[in-house]
Design a protein around this ligand. Structure first.
Ligand SMILES: Nc1ncnc2c1ncn2[C@@H]1O[C@H](COP(=O)(O)OP(=O)(O)O)[C@@H](O)[C@H]1O
Ligand SMILES: [Mg+2]
Length: 479
């Protein structure tokens, strides 16, 4: 079923697409062109083709698209490319621009071609005339570096209580397939590597792991799985780079995955604003230093996720009790992360690709008293989110932390925060699962939306967009 949706692909405006040498050639559907103003026509283009992104420094003129028309049986080259709308409308004569809505406008940005015809002949009526245009052809030179894909075969832990032989594998297969649908649109034949020694120097490999239980490794007797896991992850995928290959996203970022101790050090070192935080190694350490703590606080398991095991304390005695409770349940060696509780009137999760926000939503808590806005705590989501306004913050965050791809949890003390000021960052996860927005008029919970007919399509659709954004990030970095 999912494979059917993926293979069905996005609807395309091209009659056909084929390779000619290093170029991709799209035969466009003339009847998709609409006259807009003056000499200007507009038509949609497949949005995975690298296009100009107006207003985005460094991305403004990155389309390599050449436009050809077959007119009166002869092929004519149109131009100039990257023309502004004014020129296309008033001068025309082949001037065109190929652009897309910038990534920070959200995951559903589309690509368009604004163009004019040679001699400004009427495209739609022209067929009656001798100067008729019978075909429009777009030629794109993918400026892609050599790319690959790390195939990582999950070995399920059959002893796990919730062992489901297909669940994780299914999710991996979906992402794999989405990447494999994306590579040809960039003109790329990926090199596949499933062992570290198989990667090739100079090749940029995409890879994706979406949950810790997709990853198995052997533990030393004194090691705690949760503590070791992020480093084991980073080391294992890092070993694919030993041949001189590069992996994207950088495997080293996985040491921060579900690891709030390492994240706290990262944020403090990089001067990222986070709530005041204390890390206690054990109960004795906590009792010795608890006077430093400024109340109220939340107490977290640094290797937890989805708000599992989150405690709160408002008074000194509550703090003592909570720390005792924490350490009585924690595995040996697991620290307590005590963090000043911010009265958060706004919370958000933003997923970004190469420092550019891609997807975001507000998280609404059930009440200010509740420890968390997680959906497991009665929280819900609002997808009406001003993604583009957070773009400068996200760019600086990715740059300061060196985590180019991820999902960040942000909180603000104001109900209507100034989004140009730095929020409090709680955490960043190098892997972030994105859910498609529920329809704007959706009144029920997200769980109900998941059971609607269109959900699977939307779910796969947004992940395809993410795979495209990841592949384009590799093109931008290494081409
Ligand atoms: N210092 C804090 N102040 C206020 N709310 C917090 C604080 N820390 C966590 N929360 C709430 O708890 C949720 C979970 O915390 P987070 O640090 O993101 O851990 P995780 O998502 O891994 O469980 C946050 O999304 C937020 O709603
Ligand atoms: Mg979180």
């Amino acid at each position: 079923m999912d494979m059917k949706i993926i293979k069905g692909g996005s609807s395309t405006v091209a009659k056909s697409c084929y390779r000619a040498g290093d170029a991709l050639v799209f035969e466009l559907q003339l009847r998709q062109a609409k006259k807009i103003v003056g000499y200007a026509y507009e038509m949609p283009l497949p949005d995975y083709i690298v296009a100009d992104e107006p207003g985005q420094p460094e991305f403004e003129r990155r389309s390599t698209l050449q436009l050809l028309a077959v007119q009166d049986g002869k092929t004519v080259v149109l131009g100039p490319a990257h023309s502004d709308m004014e020129r296309i409308q008033t001068v025309g004569d082949g001037a065109f621009a190929h652009w897309k809505e910038p990534l920070p406008e959200g995951p559903f940005g589309t690509s368009k071609l604004h163009f004019s015809t040679p001699g400004n002949v009427d495209l739609l009526l022209g067929w009656k005339l001798r100067k008729a245009i019978s075909q429009l052809r777009a030629v794109v030179f993918p400026l892609s570096p050599r790319m690959g894909f790390v195939e990582f075969v999950h070995k399920p832990n059959k002893k796990a209580k919730d062992y489901d032989p297909t669940k994780r594998r299914r999710r991996k297969e979906i992402h794999r397939e989405l990447f494999f649908q994306t590579f040809p649109t960039l003109g790329v034949e990926p090199h596949l590597a499933d062992r570290p020694q198989d990667t090739l120097p100079g090749v940029a490999y995409l890879w994706r792991a979406s949950h810790h239980d997709e990853f198995n490794f052997d533990l030393q007797p004194e090691e705690v799985f949760e503590k070791r896991m992020p480093y084991a992850f980073a080391e294992f995928f890092g070993s694919f780079e030993q041949t001189g290959a590069v992996l994207y996203p950088p495997p080293a970022c996985y040491k921060y995955y579900e690891n709030k101790v390492a994240l706290t050090e990262l944020f403090q070192g990089a001067h990222v604003q986070m709530p005041m935080t204390w890390v206690f190694r054990n109960l004795a350490d906590a009792m010795a230093r608890k006077a430093e703590v400024q109340l109220p606080v939340v107490i977290k398991d640094p290797y937890g996720y989805s708000s599992i095991g989150l405690l709160q304390a408002e008074t000194t005695s509550e703090l003592t009790e909570a720390l005792k409770e924490f350490f009585s349940k924690a595995k040996p060696g697991v620290e307590a992360l005590v963090q000043k509780k911010v009265q958060a009137l706004r919370e958000a999760r933003v997923t970004y690709v190469d420092g550019r926000p891609f997807h975001g939503y507000w998280r609404i808590r059930q009440s200010l008293k509740s420890a968390s806005a997680a959906s497991t705590r009665g929280g819900y989501q609002d997808f009406n989110f001003p993604l583009a306004e957070l773009a400068p913050f996200i760019a600086s965050f990715a740059n300061k932390t060196g985590v180019p791809v991820g999902g960040v949890d942000l909180i603000w003390q104001e109900k209507n925060p100034d989004l140009h000021k730095e929020p409090f960052t709680l955490e960043v996860s190098p892997t972030s699962d994105i859910n498609p927005p529920s329809p704007p008029d959706w009144k029920e919970g997200y769980a109900e939306f998941k059971h609607t007919k269109g959900f699977r399509n939307a779910y796969i659709g947004i992940r395809r967009k993410w795979a495209e954004a990841m592949a384009l990030a590799v093109v931008d970095r290494w081409a």
